[in-house]
Design a protein around this ligand. Structure first.
Ligand code: SF4
Length: 349
């Protein structure tokens, strides 16, 4: 699709957000599958907790069946506080692990255990341990997008919703920080707080692809648009933003800023909620193509995309899959990782 000045229009029609689930199911088939999943959740006494980046129908199902759709901080809190004994986490593996760490007595299952995260994968525990040991004078702050073992080595776990105030408070106490794994988020916090931060060099495969030059060009086509950016994006993209924040903070900015049109630099899964909450507003994907790109990568996490309705239904139908897809965390590691996680939850409370 081309717009004015031959610059591509990145806005997505309703039925293409996100791309995956709508490809093979008709409206009636999908409705029937959702009803079946709702029944299976009830039969298994399970609560569905979904991230904003997963399939829009899975997000809706979570809300319709008494679960929630949220950012990773609120997913963790909701999982801990809700009363049932089985959680179905639609997200990526570290989210399932976090739910298990905070609720060791609950059964936590996922539509697939293969849903990884490039930040988690890019921070192997043994290498991270050596990094910590080489810098023993620093307070270890890790992003939630890490394995249970890495969390267990940390003093603080943070999500993008609370990273800034937590680092601010540590800096005010004169603490030097070792930060992992996202270098872009770490750099953003370093610039905002002036804290002494030593950064691990990880990145999100989705957010790292947003390009500032193409974003400038798109902004010229839509001069009245507000630009909303997740801080896992490169600094040059963040510099163009009207608002920088986590998924929940982007949602809030879209509701409160006066713009009618927004260019959004985060995973396209969030467009489902952005549109639901702001029916009169227009949301356009931030471009992921640079000048030299041969093709444009899509702004959708391949691992989040694995959380489809069909994968969820298959897992809930089959006792064998339901057992195989249980998230397990070594109890000793879980106990140690619970300390920095609870510190974060208490800070935010
Ligand atoms: S979008 Fe990026 S940070 Fe989020 S799960 Fe995917 S790879 Fe990880």
């Amino acid at each position: 699709m081309e717009s004015q000045n031959n610059i591509p229009d990145y806005s997505l029609p309703e039925d293409r957000v996100p791309l995956f689930e709508a490809e093979h199911l008709g409206r009636e088939e999908k409705a029937a599958l959702k009803a079946e999943i709702a029944g299976l959740l009830k039969a298994r006494g399970a609560t569905l907790i979904a991230h904003y980046y997963v399939d829009g129908d899975v997000q809706d199902l979570a809300e319709e069946t008494g679960g929630t759709v949220a950012d990773s901080l609120e997913m963790a809190r909701f999982g801990r506080d809700q009363g049932g004994d089985t959680l179905v986490v639609a997200g990526v593996r570290f989210m399932g692990e976090t739910a298990k760490i905070l609720s060791p007595e609950k059964r936590v299952v996922m539509p697939t255990l293969e849903a990884e995260c490039s930040l988690d994968l890019g921070c192997p525990p043994d290498e991270f341990q050596a990094f910590c040991e080489a810098n023993p004078d620093r307070t270890v702050v890790v992003y939630a997008n890490t394995s249970a073992r890495v969390k267990a080595m940390s003093d603080w776990v943070v999500t993008s919703s609370v990273a800034l105030p937590i680092v601010e408070s540590l800096d005010a106490k004169g603490e030097k920080i070792l930060w992992a794994p996202d270098k872009h988020l770490g750099h953003y916090i370093q610039v905002q707080t002036g804290a002494d931060m030593l950064l691990w060099s990880g990145a999100c495969v989705v957010h790292e692809e947003f390009k500032s030059k193409a974003l400038f060009d798109l902004k010229a086509v839509y001069p009245d648009a507000g630009v909303l950016v997740h801080p896992e994006s490169p600094a040059a993209v963040i510099d163009i933003a009207d608002a920088v924040g986590s998924t929940s903070q982007i949602l809030k900015a879209a509701e409160t800023l006066p713009h009618e049109t927004f260019i959004v630099a985060t995973d396209r899964g969030l467009f489902h909620k952005l549109r639901q909450r702001n029916p009169g507003k227009r949301f356009i994907e931030a471009p992921t193509a640079g000048d030299g790109a041969m093709c444009r990568s899509c702004a959708h996490c391949p691992w989040m995309a694995m959380n489809e309705l069909t994968a969820l239904a298959d897992m809930l139908r089959s006792d064998a899959l339901f057992a195989a897809n249980e998230v397990l965390v070594d109890p000793q590691i879980g106990e140690r990782a619970m300390i920095p996680l609870n510190r974060m939850l208490a800070f935010q409370a």
